[in-house]
Design a protein around this ligand. Structure first.
Ligand SMILES: Nc1ncnc2c1ncn2[C@@H]1O[C@H](COP(=O)(O)OP(=O)(O)OP(=O)(O)O)[C@@H](O)[C@H]1O
Length: 205
């Protein structure tokens, strides 16, 4: 299941952010999107995840349900326990087993804890463990390691490696070295040309 991005343009608030982006990610491959703050990494990942339409170009996916997305928000249900959160997502995605996700993300000791009372890093681990119970092959991740300590970054790296080894794909934005082979796509050259109106006068804003 190859993900292909063909001459993709993405926009935010109706303003083009990136244009002419091309890359592909095959089973077993990880692609990391890089570039300075504001270049459009989040916008591109949101577009891949289907949360907003492309501005131009195409995203080719053999299966419309192929992508599991983890954005800046962890998307956890605060009143449910850690295990209840994972069981909920597993049911939504038609999966039965959460044991593997619990183990991969080191959530065993937190299993009965109410998710709303977890620390930021623990919440992030739970949010990422959700990916493992979706059964979806392409993980799209926006700054997945934010709030994670070194041990948790290593757990996350191992989980992604296991996903790739089982034929999965990962596309993510990150500013840190994950410690495994990735293809880096620098988005800087694909910045859209500025579209500021000639009549624009910032004094009046
Ligand atoms: N809700 C919004 N409405 C309008 N413009 C936005 C919105 N969110 C972001 N932008 C703008 O879109 C551009 C791309 O933002 P985006 O969040 O995709 O960048 P990024 O590369 O992920 O940045 P960072 O590294 O800081 O997370 C930026 O210029 C940003 O200011």
């Amino acid at each position: 299941m190859v993900l292909k991005v063909v001459d993709l343009g993405v926009a935010r608030g109706g303003v083009p952010v990136l244009e002419g982006v091309n890359f592909a990610a095959a089973p077993g491959e990880a692609v990391v999107l890089t570039g300075p703050n504001g270049v459009g990494k989040t916008t591109l990942l949101r577009t891949l995840a289907g949360l907003q339409p492309p501005y131009s170009g195409r995203i080719i996916l053999p299966d419309a349900e192929a992508i599991a997305y983890a954005g800046h928000a962890d998307g956890i249900k605060a009143v449910l326990s850690v295990n209840e959160n994972l069981r909920f997502w597993a049911r939504v995605h038609g999966q039965a087993d959460i044991a593997d996700a619990v183990a991969r993300f080191g959530l065993g000791e937190l299993a009965a804890r109410r998710a709303g009372g977890l620390s930021a890093g623990q919440k992030r681990r739970l949010g990422l463990a959700r990916l493992a119970v979706t059964g979806r092959p392409i993980w799209v991740l926006d700054e997945p390691t934010v709030s994670l300590d070194k041990q948790s970054v290593d757990l996350f790296g191992a989980a992604v490696r296991a996903h790739l080894a089982s034929g999965g794909t990962a596309v993510f934005a990150s500013h840190i070295d994950m410690g495994f082979d990735v293809r880096v796509v620098d988005l800087t050259p694909f910045r859209a040309r500025a579209t500021v109106s000639r009549d624009y006068d910032e004094v009046f804003l």
